[in-house]
Design a binder for this molecule. Structure first.
Ligand code: ADP
Ligand code: MG
Length: 279
């Protein structure tokens, strides 16, 4: 077990949940993140917006080390996860991640999907894992669907199971990468409602989204990324309501265009482009 946590008297130290310093990430010749610096405070909801290919997913994936940064540092609760001595599995257990594709195990029921990592990673008893899974399915409005397999659930329901699964690990931070982009428009609302509820309860969240209405209403801070840098960040009323940079204005005009008012249209196009990445 990690000595770090055992010698710390209180898990919620003064350190912020996420601190990113000088983060660079390249894939071969392609530099995708060109120096990202930002800090997420406890209880803060940060929405990351920006055009496709701007590096949003790569940023989130560096936060839980699904991608290894090329340079720079990422601190989770003050712990440098880019340090080779860091016990990343231990850190990851505190991070919930929800992807565009739900990544549920098709052969397991909703309840079993929510129990699995509790059993294998947190070593919880079956009884405790089941109770926690059930409580979180209740929370996302699917308390009566625990026995259903993913194929029997709508996309929106599957995504809510994926959220319940992440919550069942009692995460200190939730990362969402376009959680509603693969959904039919009429199913988006239920998922956003669950996320809004989590935000209200004080969960720390980083959310990559094209849902500008959600970002406006729920985010404490909006980060606009383009070309691997943070172009601007601030309260939603500022970044979405009165953007300072031309690149932000151009992006928002495209997303909020009257002929494209449903953010779902942009999302659907995006989902179609990325459909082949599934699985
Ligand atoms: P966004 O989420 O903003 O659409 P991404 O972070 O997914 O952007 O991707 C940014 C750029 O990095 C894109 O050009 C993408 O093709 C590239 N990229 C992402 N992941 C990889 C990878 N594993 N290997 C090579 N290139 C990648
Ligand atoms: Mg992405």
């Amino acid at each position: 077990m990690s000595t770090v946590r055992e010698t710390t008297t209180e898990p919620t130290t003064e350190a912020p949940p996420v601190e990113i310093r000088g983060l660079h990430k390249s894939f071969g010749e392609l530099e995708v993140l060109k120096g990202i610096d930002t800090t997420v405070q406890r209880g803060e909801v940060v929405c990351v917006i920006g055009p496709s290919g701007s590096g949003k997913s790569t940023l989130l994936r560096c936060v839980n080390l699904l991608e290894q940064p090329t340079s720079g540092q990422v601190f989770i609760d003050g712990e440098d996860i880019t340090d080779p001595d860091c016990d990343i599995d231990h850190v990851r257990a505190r991070l919930g991640m929800v992807f565009q594709q739900f990544n549920l195990f098709p052969h397991l029921s909703a309840l079993e999907n929510c129990m699995l990592a509790q059993r294998t990673v947190l070593k919880r008893s079956a009884q405790e894992a089941r109770a926690t899974a059930q409580a979180n399915l209740d929370k996302v409005g699917l308390g009566d669907r625990g026995d259903s397999h993913p194929a029997k659930l709508s996309g929106g329901q599957q995504q809510r199971v994926a959220i319940a699964r992440a919550l069942s690990m009692d995460p200190e931070l939730m990362l969402f990468d376009e959680p509603t982009s693969a959904l039919d428009p009429e199913l988006v609302g239920d998922v956003l409602a669950v996320m809004r509820q989590l935000a209200t309860e004080g969960m720390t969240m980083m959310v990559v989204t094209h849902e500008m209405a959600f970002a406006r209403e729920v985010a404490d801070r909006v980060i606009f990324m383009d070309g691997g840098v943070i172009v601007e960040e601030g309260p939603p009323a500022q970044v979405i309501g009165a953007p300072q940079h031309e690149r932000t204005r151009t992006f928002l005009q495209r997303v909020l265009d009257p002929t494209n008012t449903r953010a779902g249209a942009e999302d659907a196009a995006h989902a179609a482009r990325h459909a082949d990445e599934e699985g």
